[in-house]
Design a protein around this ligand. Structure first.
Ligand SMILES: [Fe+2]
Length: 370
C-alpha cells in the first residue's frame, strides 16, 4: 500500500519529512527524488530557491506542518465562537422585534462591549467573515460582520472607545428594519420588480422608527441606521443626502456593509472573493462612499492578505507578495517560482482566498472535529 501524501508549501518543509513525489524545478528538472528523507541541507536549499513552490510529502511526516497550522486554526475557531455567540444575540433581538415590536437596548449595549473586547485578532476576523455560511443565518451574521468591520474601520479612523461603543450599536442594528419586510422579497432569487425593490429600501426608515424613541440612545446611533444606504453624490436612499449631510457612522457602516454583502452568498448571487469586494469599493464606489472611509478600509484590509495563498482564475495557487497601492485588488503574486503582477496580467484575477487548511485539509478536519 502506498503511504498517504499531502501537499505543503516549501516554506513549511522540515528535516525528517519524506518526499511523496519527485520535486521538479521550473524547467522540469528533478531536484529531489520521491522517497528521499529531507535533511537540513536539502530543506534550506529548497527554501532558498523555491520558497513558494509546493512539495508533496508523506503524511506520517507532516506533524510539524499541523502544529504550524493549528495555532492559526485555534485562533480562527476562537473568533468563530465569538461570532456565533453574537449572532445568537442578534437572533434574540430579532425575536423580540417580531413578538413585541421592541428592541432591548441593554442587550445591544452588552453585545457592543463584547464586540469591542473580543474581536482584536483582525486576521482571524477576516478569515471568519469570508467563510461560507448558511442562508438562514444571513441577517444575524451580516449584522455581526458589519459591526466588527465597522469597529475595525472606526479604530483606524481614530474614534474613541465611547464613540466605538455607539458605532457598534448602530452597526448591530443597521438592518434591523428588514425584520419588518416580507422574507419572500428579501430572499427572492433573481431580479426584483421595482415595487419589491422599493419595499426593501424601506428597511432603513423602518429600522430608524424602531430605535428613534428608545431612551439612552444617541442620535448618532439612530442616524447611522437611517442613513447607511445614502451616497455622498446624493444617489442613495431614503433621503438622497449628500456629503456632510450624511452621519459619520453611516459612512463607516456603508463601507463595511458593501464588503460583507459582496463576500456573502445570497439566494440571488454567489459569494465573491475579498479582492473582488475591494475592487468594487475601489473602482465602482469611488465618488459614492466617503473617500477617507473607503481608502482607509481598502488599504488596511488589503495588507492583511500579504503572505496569504489565493486561487487564481487559471486554477493555480499563488502567494500574495506585495500590494499594488495604485490597484489594490490586483497585487503582485508568486505562482510556483514565478512572480506575476496582476496589475499588468489583466487576464488573470484572484478567485478566492486559499488558507493553510487547503494544504493540510486532512489535519484541519481532525482538529476542528476533535
Ligand atoms: Fe441595509
Amino acid at each position: 500500500m502506498h503511504p498517504k501524501t499531502i501537499t505543503v508549501p516549501v516554506f513549511n518543509l522540515n528535516s525528517g519529512m519524506v518526499l511523496g513525489d519527485d520535486f521538479f524545478d521550473a524547467n522540469g528538472a528533478c531536484i529531489v527524488s520521491k522517497g528521499v528523507v529531507l535533511n537540513e541541507s536539502i530543506v534550506s536549499r529548497l527554501k532558498e530557491r523555491f520558497p513558494y513552490k509546493l512539495a508533496c510529502i508523506q503524511d506520517v511526516h507532516a506533524q510539524n506542518v499541523v502544529t504550524a497550522g493549528s495555532s492559526k486554526i485555534k485562533r480562527i475557531v476562537k473568533t468563530e465562537v465569538c461570532f456565533r455567540q453574537l449572532a445568537n444575540g442578534i437572533k434574540s433581538i430579532i425575536r423580540d422585534v417580531q413578538s413585541s415590536g421592541k428592541i432591548n437596548i441593554r442587550e445591544v449595549e452588552g453585545m457592543s462591549v463584547q464586540l469591542l473586547e473580543n474581536f482584536k485578532d483582525y486576521a482571524a476576523v477576516l478569515d471568519s467573515i469570508v467563510k461560507e455560511r448558511s442562508l438562514d443565518e444571513y441577517i444575524q451574521r451580516h449584522c455581526v460582520n458589519v459591526s466588527v468591520l465597522s469597529i475595525m474601520l472606526g479604530r483606524w479612523l481614530g474614534l474613541s472607545d465611547s464613540e466605538l461603543m455607539m458605532l457598534a450599536q448602530s452597526a448591530l442594528l443597521h438592518d434591523i428594519g428588514k425584520v419588518k419586510i416580507d422574507e419572500r422579497i428579501l430572499n427572492k432569487p433573481g431580479y426584483l420588480t421595482s415595487l419589491e425593490f422599493t419595499a426593501i429600501k424601506r428597511h432603513s426608515i423602518l429600522g430608524y422608527e424602531l430605535v428613534k424613541d428608545l431612551k439612552h440612545i444617541s442620535p448618532l446611533v439612530s442616524s447611522g441606521i437611517l442613513m447607511h444606504h445614502e451616497k455622498i453624490d446624493g444617489s442613495g436612499y431614503p433621503l438622497g443626502l449628500r456629503g456632510a449631510e450624511i452621519s459619520p457612522f453611516a459612512k463607516i457602516i456603508a463601507v463595511a456593509d458593501v464588503f460583507d454583502a459582496i463576500t456573502s452568498k445570497r439566494p440571488y448571487k454567489c459569494k465573491e472573493s475579498p479582492f473582488h469586494a475591494l475592487s468594487v469599493l475601489e473602482n465602482e464606489l469611488c465618488g459614492k462612499l466617503d473617500p477617507l472611509c473607503l481608502t482607509t478600509f481598502v488599504q488596511r484590509i488589503s495588507m492583511f492578505y500579504i503572505g496569504e495563498y489565493v486561487r487564481l482564475s487559471n486554477g493555480n495557487l499563488a502567494k500574495i507578495v506585495k500590494i499594488n497601492h495604485s490597484d489594490i485588488s490586483r497585487p503582485l503574486v508568486m505562482q510556483g517560482s514565478e512572480f506575476i503582477d496582476l496589475h499588468k496580467a489583466s487576464k488573470l484575477s484572484i478567485v478566492e482566498i486559499a488558507s493553510l487548511a487547503d494544504f493540510t485539509k486532512h489535519h484541519f478536519c481532525c482538529l476542528i472535529y476533535m
